[in-house]
Ligand binder design. Structure first.
Ligand SMILES: [Zn+2]
Length: 484
């Protein structure tokens, strides 16, 4: 039996309570938490910091994060050839980069072309996304692999390799589908472990991502626990790949609306900066209920993306009319605009609400989109907790930073944006609870065993040298991993 005792400044449990200063781990499981005492046969390690349960990110995108981490930053490129040249240095099976802007090119202020990319990256797919994300250039291999013109004929210039709007995301998705993602997924998981994350729910998980998880586990390289949520069209393909000890399909992801940034989140009242537009209702309550009931019949939970208040109305109605035990089957993703009446119904349903505190930082324009009268309903974290909502924290990485301390800062209100209202900010111990036990419960599947220090829990612990019970906590956090 391998037994290790860590003596630290404090052992902090999933509710942010100091429960000891020594934690003992035996054979990969938490065996005791004490003040001072440790078994004589234990290997003792003394560390000058704090141990918490392994953090869980209840909503992110592993392959997307891996691509963002391995991709090239093209913001400094000074002409089209530099974009191509920089891409040739990208590691991994896809030469991916983002950030070029022809306005800052020195001489020719034009988009790079397919031919320029071909000359630098002739033998694997290359994609260079403009700083805005709405324009990209692809090389010939990427175009031939993804064939985006078949779906978006008006958004693709085959000759120049230019892709616009939806053709950008579509091409990227197709490239990822046809690529061995083991390296990219491995990079993402390694970065997450270095940031103290023990488990995740990967939303919109694809067959290629599931294959990578399967292969990493068979090679003994899968430390994190991953609960996968494919979208319904990919569900059977991902299920066919199987499951492992640390990864499994746990639910499905569906979209009730779009985003506030694109003014496609579905609102009760029109956008303040776009009168007449209430956004998009992608699914009504009946369709959502059908999806939730189908998933539940296969013992899967449903994570419903709902950003606008009108989308949330549809989701709540669907959950209520399904009559399913929502603490097992229902998740709402984002719930960015939520009024007290809606919050109350979500609490009564016992549905998990999976929020991204860092959106408060990124949505700096939110008062213009929604008007001052609606700010009271934006990211109402404290109201949710006070009302008894099961609140889980996440990052949506790579949309937002994956590091927990960045999310912590935004959640406690250290962000100085209109959405960062102090009355809706959380206390440090509340963030810890939402980032550990609640996020583990909301993720379900393999990640559900994490986020706690109770006896017998997997010993995937988070360690930080500085006090995470203080509002000015800056991190860092890293994983101490003993799980077998
Ligand atoms: Zn997401």
């Amino acid at each position: 039996m391998v037994t290790v005792s860590y003596s630290v400044k404090a052992v902090i449990n999933e509710y942010g309570e100091i429960v000891g200063d020594t934690i003992t781990v035996s054979d990969g499981r938490v065996s005791a938490i004490t003040f001072g005492a440790y078994p004589s046969y234990a290997t003792r390690r003394v560390m000058d910091g704090y141990i918490l349960p392994g953090f869980v990110d209840a909503h992110l995108h592993i392959a997307g994060l891996g691509l963002a981490l391995t991709g090239v930053d093209l913001r400094g490129a000074r002409d089209p050839w530099e974009v191509a040249e920089a891409l040739s240095g990208a590691s991994g099976p896809i030469a991916y980069g983002r950030g070029w802007d022809q306005e800052s090119f020195r001489t020719e202020k034009r988009y790079p072309t397919r031919k320029e990319l071909d000359s630098a990256v002739p033998d694997r797919p290359a994609l260079a996304v403009r700083v805005c994300g709405h324009v990209a250039v692809a090389n010939s291999v990427a175009l031939a692999t993804a064939r985006p013109w078949e779906v978006y004929p008006d958004l693709v210039d085959k000759d120049k390799g230019i892709l616009l709007e939806d053709a950008v995301g579509y091409t990227l998705e197709k490239l990822l589908e046809n690529t061995d993602l083991t390296g990219i997924v491995g990079v993402a998981l390694e970065a997450l472990a270095r940031a103290g994350i023990a488990g995740v729910a990967s939303l919109s998980c694809t067959p290629a991502e599931a294959r990578a998880l399967r292969d990493l586990e068979s090679q003994g390289h899968l430390k994190l626990r991953v609960s996968c949520y494919p979208e319904p069209p990919k569900l059977s393909q991902v299920l066919e790949i199987g499951s492992g000890r640390r990864w499994r399909v746990t639910g499905v992801k569906i979209f009730a609306d779009g985003s506030l940034g694109a003014r496609t989140a579905y609102l009760r009242e029109p956008y303040s900066d776009d009168p007449g537009n209430r956004g998009l209702r992608l699914l009504d309550a009946g369709r959502i209920r059908d999806a939730v009931e189908y998933a539940a019949s296969r013992r899967l939970r449903t994570a419903v993306h709902a950003i606008g208040d009108a989308a949330l109305d549809e989701v709540i109605e669907a959950f209520e009319s399904s009559g399913l035990p929502c603490d097992t089957y229902c998740r709402v993703e984002h719930a960015s605009v939520a009024w007290p009446g809606q919050v109350k119904r979500l609490a009564e349903l016992r549905a998990y609400v999976v929020v991204q505190p860092h959106f408060r930082v990124s949505d700096w324009w939110i008062d213009k989109r929604l008007g001052p009268h609606r700010l009271a309903a934006v990211y109402p974290f404290a109201t949710m907790l006070r009302s008894g909502v099961k609140l889980a924290v996440s990052t949506d990485a790579p949309v937002e930073p994956y590091q927990p301390w960045e999310t912590f800062k935004a959640a406690v209100g250290r962000c100085g944006q209109p959405a960062c209202r102090s009355e809706e900010s959380l206390k440090p111990h509340e963030v810890i609870e939402a980032y550990t036990i609640r996020a583990a419960e909301a993720s379900g599947g393999p990640a559900a065993a994490l986020g706690t220090l109770r006896r017998g829990a997997p010993a995937a612990l988070s360690y930080t040298p500085t006090n995470p019970l203080k509002e000015d906590w800056e991190g860092p956090l890293r994983l101490i991993y003993h799980e077998i």
